[in-house]
Design a protein around this ligand. Sequence first.
Ligand code: SF4
Length: 203
Amino acid sequence: MSDSLHAMLMSGGTGDPFDRHVLACAIASGFAPPDRLLTNTLALSLTDLRLLLETLFPHALGLLDVHPPWRGPQADEPEEPDLRALLYEGRTLGGDPTMARWLTRIITRRSLGAAHLWEDLGLSSRADLVRLMDRHFAPLAARNPGMRWKKFFYRSMCERDGVLLCKAPNCEVCEDYALCFVPDEAPHPATLPLTATPESPRV
Ligand code: SF4
């Protein structure tokens, strides 16, 4: 993340401090023109990007002056529509629907990265991601038995589709257990489903 851009974003504006921090991290880690443009790395239209800045970082609207012209939405990767649906359907009821929509699009796009999701989002720790999910996607987060978030997303999508791709009949005996679960948060294997669940190349 660009620490200086994050600091600039957090230096003004209004709104919930944690939400502003999360979005400042996503913006700071996603803006490095000409290669990394916010409309692509946040998966937001220019209209949504302007509204986000006006709402939370009005002092940073000048970013749009240095943002290259928008050429329309970047094409989805094949899994993005399903992942957006999973996240949005699992949003916290009673929460801000616009914030949920923005975060759904951002998290989905960043889930395509190669690192841990919290790193791809520019966050400083996995704990921030857990807090974000608990706050804005509480029903979905409650179903995560301690898996790494990308693994959990892909496993959930495959479960919805009735696809079972795991190597083992259950997590307890699976050689990929350490890849799927966060050691400190892993539940007792007895709490895990006995049906096989899909593996994903992402962590
Ligand atoms: S979710 Fe699948 S790949 Fe991961 S530990 Fe469980 S059985 Fe193994």
